[in-house]
Structures are given as structure tokens and as C-alpha cells.
Design a protein around this ligand. Structure first.
Ligand code: F0G
Length: 443
């Protein structure tokens, strides 16, 4: 998949390779300034976020998506590029795909009962190639980076973005630099980024400091920025919604619940649902519920003020993936909540761990940030915000193996009396007598 011949100026394959006419341009949300898609999408010169001026596809045949499920073509196999009518018409030779997506939608009646709703599905984005939803954004943005001839890619991260950037950059043959808050990401995530060969720069500061620095560094040194300020990333993440709706035979749920950190998914899901509705794929718009950790909840605070003001916070939570105090996608996410008549809530670390234990014990498992979605669902039902009769999809954003440190801590150091879900490994002598005692206690 060498994309050298497909860069602007030397293109041999026209951009119609993916059934569209041309690349949409970038438009600043704040001042309306337009930029061509052939440049790296940082921020507008006024500081505003750049969105893609992208059309809603018309005349869609839903069956085409189902037919692609039976194909062996990598772009059809990808749970991102399968929905390419909603994406950008990059020429197929530049596309870098594992292929990602194809994540399961699990019916979970026991967790539904625990949370208090009629029907609950878990859409497990931890089943992506690097173990988080980030891969869906990365296949689009890294492909775009190749198409424009980017020299190197960069991101700041609480861990998952860096793992995904490192993998997709390696696949694309591009150097990657990742900015991480020192000591604040899990060993599993750091290990992935190291293994895939990214240059790791640890920042003496938190994620918000790393995010600020990578934006400055991208502008100063011409690095292609792969954080979710990049609208190509968000376009890829929209496919979580398209694939989920496809799995539900386009019968939209009442609510979609998700964790919120940098708020890229909240923004992307809102855009996806509005587009799916406008394209006639679904008959009604589901409502979005974004859940933050109490110690990292600036979006929740803004929601409580009816979005009249936004103030960053100093973030702290056990859910390190969403330990973010100054989300870059605030404005886009606000629009998504408004457009879907959505809500925002916050949950404590204790609620997150309890929900994680429920999801883990169901045999599915997820990382703490993902469990915030289910904890938030339970809270919103108990408060009467979400009706108990609702049909809900909760999005699990990361794999259970992303954070073994928290698993060990929650099971080994839980306060007494320990919760029923606590599962402490035991050590015995290698004898049948010792084992009998253990097995008798199982009954
Ligand atoms: N869940 C997980 C597992 C994440 O890694 C993240 C974000 C989120 C939820 C929040 O999603 O930003 O779209 O609101 N992780 C980023 C990272 C910040 O660097 O890996 P969001």
C-alpha cells in the first residue's frame, strides 16, 4: 500500500476511487474561513476549530452495507470504510486499515436490570485492533496524512490515542511523536506506543498541558496533528454510530450513553446521528447522554449552566483515559448535545468501579473510562432523566486489558467490608487437601 503516487500533484488515481466527486474543504466554526483539504487540519488562524464541509449522502441503498459484509476487500471488511459514503473520497491506495471496527453489540439483560432499564446493548469499541475506538478515527486521519504527504504525525494522549497513532503510523511508514503526561498513563498503553515504535515524549504536566504543547508544536514544526481537533478523526469515529445502527437493522435506540473526556465522540456521534437521520437511514434521532468522571467534569458543569459558560478544571479521576480538564471539542460536543436533545452527567470513581465490576463479571470487561457510561446510565435512570422503559446502547470505549493496574487495585485493596464482586487471588500449598478447602468454598 505505497501511497507515493497518490499525493497531490502526482495523482494517478482520481479521488473518485471511493464513489465521490471531490474532497470537501475545511471551514472554521468561528469565523467561516475556508481551507483546502490538501493541508493538515490544525486550527484556523483565528484559533477556531476546523470542520469538514461535508454533504449528507443521498439515494443511499441500505443493502449495500450488508452486501459489503460478505466481501473480502479490506475496505469492505473495515467497519469504518464499509460506510464510506459518509466519509471522504480518499483514493484507496493511500488508505491505511487493519481493518478496524466490526465491534460487537452485546445484549446484556443482567446489566440492564442492574442499571434499571428495559433493554441495554454494549457496543464494544475495545474490540478494535489496538483495543480502543481510536483506530476508527486513525484509519481516516492517517490516510489523509499520507494523501497530503505529511512528513510526521503527532498527538497528545492519555494513552489510547498514542497506542493507535503509533500503530497506524507504523503501518503507514510515517514517523510518530506522542506527547504523554508523565506517570499518568497505564503501562499497557505506554507499552503499545513503545512497541509500535513511536517517539515517546513524556511531559512534566497533565494531559491538558501535553495537548496545548502538541498543538503549538504541530503548528511550529509542521507535524500532522492526530488529536480529535482533526475533523478527519471525528469522521472515522462517526462510524461507531453507523455500524451500531446497521447492527440494529436501522431501528434506532432511545438513548446512546458514552463517556466524555476530550469530547470527540460526543461531537462525532451527534454529527453521525444527524447525518444518518437526514440520509433517511433512521426514522428518529436517538438522544445522547455523555458521562464524565466527577473529578474531570467541565462539560457537565457547562451543561448545568445551560452551556452559557465554560470553565476548564484541574482534572483528577481513577479513569485515566478521561482525566481531562480542558476538552478541545467543547463547542462541537455542545452542539451535539443540543441537536440530539441530549444530557450530560458525572459519576464518582466509586460508581465507575462498581459499573466496571458489573461489566467485567458479565464476561465482557472494559477499562474504567468505558464503565463510566454504564455508571452514568444507572444514575440517569435513578434520577428519572432516562425512562426505565428505554432501549439504550452504551459505548464501551476501551478493552479490559488496557488497565490491569486498576483491576489489581480494586480487587486487592478494596476497603472492608469488601463489595461482593471483589475477587482476590489466593495462594495455597500444592496439595489436594488445600485444594479441597478452596473448592468446597466455591459452592
Ligand atoms: N474512553 C477511553 C477509553 C478513552 O481513551 C478516551 C479518550 C475517552 C473515553 C474519551 O473520549 O475524548 O472522545 O471524549 N482518550 C484520549 C486519549 C483522550 O488520549 O487516548 P473523548
Amino acid at each position: 500500500m505505497d501511497g507515493a503516487d497518490d499525493r497531490p500533484g502526482q495523482m494517478t488515481t482520481p479521488v473518485t476511487a471511493l464513489d465521490a466527486d471531490a474532497m470537501p474543504s475545511l471551514r472554521c466554526r468561528a469565523c467561516g474561513m475556508q481551507y483546502p483539504a490538501q493541508q493538515a487540519p490544525g486550527r484556523c488562524s483565528c484559533g477556531g476549530l476546523l470542520d469538514l464541509d461535508i454533504a449528507v449522502p443521498s439515494g443511499l441503498d441500505r443493502d449495500v452495507f450488508t452486501r459489503r459484509l460478505a466481501s473480502h476487500d479490506l475496505l469492505d471488511r473495515s467497519g469504518v470504510w464499509r460506510y464510506r459514503e459518509f466519509l471522504v473520497p480518499l483514493p484507496s491506495p493511500v488508505i491505511v486499515t487493519r481493518p478496524e471496527g466490526n465491534t460487537n453489540l452485546y445484549p446484556v439483560p443482567r446489566i440492564a436490570q442492574w442499571a434499571g432499564c428495559a433493554q441495554l446493548w454494549l457496543k464494544h469499541e475495545g474490540e478494535n485492533p489496538t483495543g480502543s475506538f481510536k483506530d476508527r478515527g486513525m484509519t481516516v486521519a492517517v490516510s489523509h496524512a499520507r494523501w497530503i504527504g505529511a512528513r510526521a504525525v503527532a498527538c497528545a494522549s492519555t494513552g489510547n490515542t498514542s497506542a493507535s497513532v503509533a500503530a497506524y503510523a507504523a503501518l503507514a511508514g510515517l514517523p510518530a511523536v506522542v506527547f504523554l503526561p508523565e506517570g499518568k498513563i497505564t503501562a499497557a498503553k505506554l507499552g503499545q506506543a513503545i512497541a509500535y515504535g513511536a517517539r515517546i515524549v513524556q511531559i512534566r504536566g497533565d494531559f491538558d498541558a501535553a495537548m496545548r504543547l502538541v498543538q503549538e508544536a504541530s503548528a511550529a514544526f509542521g507535524l500532522y496533528l492526530l488529536n480529535s481537533v482533526n475533523p478527519f478523526r471525528l469522521l472515522g469515529q462517526q462510524t461507531i454510530m453507523f455500524e451500531m445502527l446497521h447492527q440494529l437493522a436501522w431501528d434506532a435506540p432511545d438513548w446512546i450513553v458514552l463517556p466524555g473526556g476530550n469530547l470527540g465522540n460526543t461531537a462525532a456521534f451527534g454529527q453521525a446521528l444527524v447525518r444518518a437521520h437526514a440520509a433517511g437511514l433512521i426514522a428518529r434521532l436517538p438522544r445522547l447522554a455523555t458521562v464524565q468522571a466527577e473529578g474531570a467534569a467541565p462539560f457537565y458543569a457547562a451543561f448545568q449552566r445551560r452551556f452559557t459558560a465554560f470553565s476548564p478544571v484541574q482534572a483528577e479521576t481513577i479513569a485515566t483515559a478521561i482525566r481531562i480538564g480542558n476538552p478541545v471539542n467543547y463547542e462541537r460536543a455542545r452542539d451535539a448535545i443540543v441537536a440530539t436533545d441530549g444530557v450530560v452527567t458525572a459519576v464518582s470513581d466509586a460508581e465507575i468501579l462498581e459499573a466496571k465490576a458489573m461489566i467485567d463479571r458479565a464476561g465482557i470487561g472494559c477499562e474504567p473510562a468505558s464503565a463510566a457510561a454504564v455508571a452514568g446510565l444507572r444514575r440517569l435512570i435513578s434520577e428519572g432523566v432516562i425512562d426505565a422503559k428505554s432501549n439504550v446502547v452504551a459505548v464501551l470505549t476501551g478493552h479490559v486489558l488496557k488497565d490491569p493496574e486498576t483491576i489489581m487495585a480494586m480487587h486487592q485493596t478494596a476497603a472492608e467490608p469488601s463489595p461482593a464482586w471483589v475477587n482476590r487471588p489466593i495462594v495455597v500449598e500444592p496439595t489436594l487437601a488445600a485444594l479441597r478447602e478452596v473448592l468446597d468454598a466455591l459452592a
